[in-house]
Design a protein around this ligand. Structure first.
Ligand SMILES: NC(=O)c1ccc[n+]([C@@H]2O[C@H](COP(=O)([O-])OP(=O)(O)OC[C@H]3O[C@@H](n4cnc5c(N)ncnc54)[C@H](OP(=O)(O)O)[C@@H]3O)[C@@H](O)[C@H]2O)c1
Length: 322
């Protein structure tokens, strides 16, 4: 069978022949139908991820069949017993353990959650990691309530887009930022109240004025724009951080944080409990993940490039069916 593997940071990922998985106790062999790309897969192929190991199949998301039923893959490996925090042995599927970008994968049966019936296979293929991250950051960590106003930075992001859908399902008012007016318009067509280009001068002042300020903000960029996001926080606001693509946070005034009684909350992935709750939430609210592009798995490089350029709006998924 074939799989997309990371070999070394000196070369792009390859789609090549690998050994079929062998049955093992407590594990099942899942035949993959669709898998989803996350930025982590792209970081890895550039060597920008800790503890990289050559010869590992990438991929954290996916849907597959086992005994004639369709299952979503929970990408957590060893979260541990405490739903509040991951244990020391916690890992994310797809490095250093073989991930989902393969025809067949060997996986613990406790990692499988039945696919909600309202989802298409493509939608199911792109849900797991980004849906889990958005759910924990927004619902579990920031405790977003129906009457609150939320700002999501960089709405073109996979996690950001799930956050938009989850927040709207919760009944919150949602505003977005982006580098692209087209992506802002798409977010508005999905139900966002409005948005602003973070590439414009003084964008935060304009967005603050337009929206009236935010009870909750979630961000995966950090960097120079973070203090501008914080300037739009209302008193008592919660700010969730799940990524740091733009590097160190600068010019953040401690006075702003303590005077406004702000909470800054880090969030990574989510517990197995969060995963089950997220899938239930998606089923209950009949949420359809937004799919941006679908590639045959053999054309995976096009998907990696699309994400690297930031061109996507919606999940990039790979079709594993023959
Ligand atoms: N902690 C976790 O568990 C976890 C889980 C998933 C992802 N992450 C991290 O979160 C980040 C996003 O991941 P993803 O998979 O959602 O990636 P993605 O789909 O590639 O999204 C990246 C998005 O970041 C936005 N962005 C870029 N520069 C920005 C800036 N200066 N200010 C605000 N937004 C900016 C862009 O939005 P526009 O196109 O709208 O401009 C871009 O589309 C990555 O760093 C990833 O490693 C962490």
């Amino acid at each position: 069978m074939k799989a997309i593997q990371y070999l070394s940071s000196e070369q792009p990922a390859v789609f090549h022949e690998v050994a079929e998985p062998l049955a093992a106790e407590g594990k099942v062999i899942l035949e993959m139908l669709y898998s989803g790309l996350n930025h982590r897969d792209v970081w890895m192929t550039k060597g920008l991820y800790p503890n990289l190991k050559g010869g590992v199949t990438l991929g954290s998301d996916g849907v597959g069949t086992w005994e004639a039923k369709r299952y979503l893959v929970n990408p957590n490996v060893n979260w541990g017993e405490d739903a509040l925090l991951p244990g020391d042995q916690y890992r994310i599927l797809g490095m250093p353990d073989n991930g989902t970008f393969a025809e067949k994968i060997l996986i613990g049966s406790d990692r499988l959650v039945e696919m909600p019936g309202h989802l298409s296979l493509q939608e199911a293929g792109g849900l797991s990691l980004a849906g889990l991250t958005a759910y924990r950051a927004l619902i579990n960590r920031c405790q977003l309530e129906a009457h609150e106003r939320l700002c999501i930075s960089g709405i073109g992001g996979g996690v950001a887009l799930f956050a938009l859908q989850f927040a709207l399902a919760r009944g919150a008012e949602v505003w977005v930022t982006s580098s692209s007016q087209d992506k802002i318009e798409k977010a508005i067509s999905l139900g966002a109240s409005g948005g602003y280009l973070y590439t414009e001068d003084s964008w935060h002042k304009s967005l603050n004025k337009l929206s009236g300020g935010f009870d909750v903000i979630i961000d995966s960029a950090g960097g120079l724009g973070f203090s501008q996001l914080v300037s739009m926080a209302k008193k008592g606001a919660r700010i969730g951080i799940y990524g740091g693509s733009k590097g160190l946070i600068q010019d953040l005034s401690p006075q702003t944080i303590f005077w406004k009684h702000l909470s800054i909350l880090g969030s990574t992935m989510g517990s197995d409990k969060d995963f089950r709750e997220m899938v239930d939430f998606v089923a209950e609210h009949k949420i359809h993940p937004i799919i941006g592009s679908v590639y045959k798995v053999s054309d995976f490089q096009q998907g990696f490039q699309r994400m690297d350029y930031g061109a996507q709006f919606g999940k990039i998924v790979f079709d594993h069916r023959k």
